[in-house]
Design a protein around this ligand. Structure first.
Ligand code: CA
Length: 231
């Protein structure tokens, strides 16, 4: 069964280019030029991944993203946001709403296709936790099934990516992870993508974790390491 991708984009040129390039990779591609059309298509035939433009004729793609991510039957569909706005705020808002990745216009089609592949691969290899369902480290607790993080029993809301990053570092505590390793293991990217992405996400993760964020140590010129012991 082919993997279904829905492209939501009102600019015909971009829509066609994406459709052509993704179809070439053997994906089953559907396109929508508006949110109402995208809703209809999603209800009729649920896609495995959505590529979503933000500025659409009948509203903001962010609202559609929120709807997708808040409904039980669609919340696991990965969403990649396409945005012409380079504004950091929009990026943050996109991730807060649960978007899985974003690409800034003008973008390279090749890079977007790589990201689509990386996200779909991630979904395929992600298996339900088999051993213990939670991880504890000092005041930090990760509930692996619910994808929830608590610090001193108080919940900290992380994006799916931040959660994976934190778990990855915690699982390898005491060992340095280079930026390239993190990109490959957590993002599923090849090193063609800038390693600054890692720094940006580590920074935000640390901010959210507050004092616990200090467990994530920067190893200058190399990468990051989670403390071996919680003290
Ligand atoms: Ca648009």
């Amino acid at each position: 069964m082919a993997i279904k991708i829905l492209i939501v984009e009102d600019e015909p040129d971009i829509r066609k280019t994406l459709q052509y390039n993704l179809a070439k990779e053997s994906y089953d591609v559907a396109t929508a030029g508006s949110i109402s059309e995208a809703k209809l298509l999603t209800n009729q035939n649920q896609p495995h991944l959505i590529i979503l433009d933000l500025m659409l004729p009948d509203g903001s793609g962010l609202d559609f993203c929120r709807d997708i991510k808040s409904a039980e039957d669609t919340k696991n569909i990965p969403v990649i946001i396409l945005t012409a706005k380079t504004d950091e705020v929009d990026r943050v808002v996109g991730f807060e709403l649960g978007a899985d990745d974003y690409v800034t216009k003008p973008f390279s089609v090749r890079e977007l296709v790589l990201r689509v592949k990386a996200i779909l691969k991630r979904g395929a290899v992600e298996t339900p936790s088999d051993d213990s369902s939670s991880h504890n480290f000092g005041g930090l607790e990760l509930n692996l099934e619910a994808h929830q993080v608590f610090i001193d029993s108080k919940e900290v809301v992380l994006t799916a990516l931040e959660f994976r990053l934190l778990k990855h570092l915690l699982d390898r505590r005491g060992r340095v992870q280079t930026r390239d390793q993190l990109l490959g293991d957590v993002w599923g990217y090849s090193s063609e993508v800038t390693t600054r992405t890692v720094d940006t996400h580590i920074k935000r993760l640390r901010e959210k974790l507050g004092p616990v964020g200090d467990y994530i140590q920067t190893i200058r010129g190399v990468g990051y390491r989670f403390s071996r012991n919680p003290d």
